[in-house]
Write a protein that binds this ligand. Structure first.
Ligand code: EPZ
Length: 421
């Protein structure tokens, strides 16, 4: 258990460098399994989920070195196609190793990843896609065993736009026999980054970033070098920290294009934003104003991972906002915690609609984080609140933010971190 002790009221101002993207790095680490030899991955964030993935790669037989945000992965000898249940249960996104192991070994054994705090998060689209590619999947209790003597390309329509299913099927398709077409594929920038890495390994992929991906399978891939794209959700989170505290923050090593949906809303709330090729500056001279109706959607729409941080910001804005979470069915636990700080948030429609009457002030108290982005939202609220807030966190925040306390202190925040575990 960790505790963040935050004294509110300081403006978040200055210059901060943003690291590589968690949700780009995770599928790219799985992709290193697809080739013998040593892949080198630069700008990899040093966060818990990456360290879990390193443990999984080592468990499978890879030699891995992780120093100074650079990962060297030698996947020449894969000695095992069984994913460790204890790690799979800790990190849902380990499901992405399924596609990579099917591509490399034509076999994988994995515990079905349970749901989590933000929803059931089924994997039916992953499974039905693999089955179309000739994979036979048997379940034995909690364990799934997938095997495919010959992995064949297939035409696959994804019923829902799913980031993980798109990535998982892409990871299998690059070494399948023949062409795979993914229709209604997710268009997130992280998928484009994964495709860039796979293409540098020798994969034949067209349409990354569009809703139709065409992959012609190849016989073999080569290890490659890649630089992970900037983390767009960390970028959005720190911009909000400045927005909520009337700050003036410049973020470097970012890609403004990737978070246009977020910066468009920040401008609606009254922030002054200037963008350069790898830099974004946000200045918030006044109290934020409400957003009449904000909806989370698949990319290029407003990202669900920014919902909780934005709800925290709108809790202090002038006017009433309505936020609708359309991606996950249980991403609302932060509302109760924010209300304990004096926010006025009413939940409706099975906790998928937030009606937020903005308040001039929130007040410090003791609150909990219930998931990664909800925890980040509580840190943001504490920065803007009057007095001291203790954010109790069982480790969610560190899964997606590399030293959030240190980063915020570097730009004026008063944030202490106590690790109780
Ligand atoms: C990825 O999760 C991200 N995680 C999530 O970020 C992000 O919120 C999400 O995409 C949406 O952008 C990583 O990239 C590691 P989905 P993923 O499959 O792939 C339903 C964070 O905070 N669905 O796009 O699990 C699903 O229930 C995390 O960094 C099915 O029904 O999300 C959801 O309602 C949280 N069947 C919707 O699709 C399936 O087989 C979108 O989920 C798969 C998904």
């Amino acid at each position: 258990m960790r505790k963040y002790r935050i004294r509110g009221g300081n403006r978040i101002s200055g210059v901060l460098r943003v690291g590589g993207g968690k949700n780009a790095a995770l599928p790219i680490l799985a992709a290193t399994l697809l080739a013998e030899g040593e892949s080198i991955i630069h700008n990899c964030p040093d966060i818990a989920d990456i360290r879990f993935s390193v443990e999984i790669l080592r468990h499978l037989g890879c030699r891995v070195n992780f120093e100074e945000n650079t990962l060297n992965v030698n996947a020449t000898n894969i000695t095992n196609a069984k994913l460790p249940t204890d790690l799979v249960c800790k990190m849902r996104s380990s499901i992405l190793f399924m596609g990579a192991l099917l591509g490399r070994c034509r076999e994988v054994e994995i515990a079905s990843p349970g749901g989590c705090q933000i929803g059931a998060r089924p994997i039916d689209l992953h499974i039905s896609g693999f089955q179309k590619m000739g994979v036979s999947i048997t379940e034995n209790g909690d364990l799934m065993h997938a095997k495919s003597p010959s992995l064949t390309g297939a035409w696959i329509y994804l019923r829902d736009v799913s980031v993980g299913a798109t990535e998982n099927l892409l990871l299998a398709a690059v070494l399948a026999e023949g062409e795979t077409v993914l229709v209604n594929a997710a268009r997130e920038p992280e998928i484009v980054d994964l495709a860039k890495f796979l293409i540098s390994m020798g994969a034949n992929i067209r349409g990354a970033g569009t809703s139709t991906l065409k992959i012609m399978g190849v016989k073999r891939l080569q290890a490659a070098t890649h630089r992970i794209m900037p983390d767009r959700i960390v970028t959005g989170t720190y911009l909000l920290a400045a927005a909520m505290t009337r700050g003036d923050l410049t973020l470097t090593h970012v890609n403004p294009y990737d978070i246009s949906a977020v910066t468009a809303q920040l401008r609606t709330m009254g922030c002054q934003i200037t963008e350069h090729p790898a830099q974004i500056r946000l200045h918030a001279p006044h109290r934020l104003t409400a957003i009449p109706h904000l909806i989370t959607e698949a990319h290029p729409g407003f990202p669900t991972d920014m919902q909780a941080p934005f709800v925290a910001a709108l809790a202090t804005a002038k006017g009433t906002s309505v936020v609708e979470e359309r991606i996950f069915e249980a991403r609302a636990a932060h509302a109760t915690e924010l209300n304990r700080m004096g926010a006025r948030i009413i939940l409706a429609a099975d906790n998928r609609v937030f009606v937020i009457k903005g308040r001039e002030k929130l007040y410090g108290t003791s609150v909990n984080s219930h998931d990664l982005r909800g925890g980040a939202a509580m840190v943001l609220a504490a920065l803007a609140a009057e007095g001291e807030t203790i954010v109790h966190d069982p480790g969610y925040i560190a899964r997606g933010y590399d030293d959030i306390a240190g980063a915020l202190c570097a730009v004026g925040g008063d944030v202490g971190e106590v690790n109780l575990s």
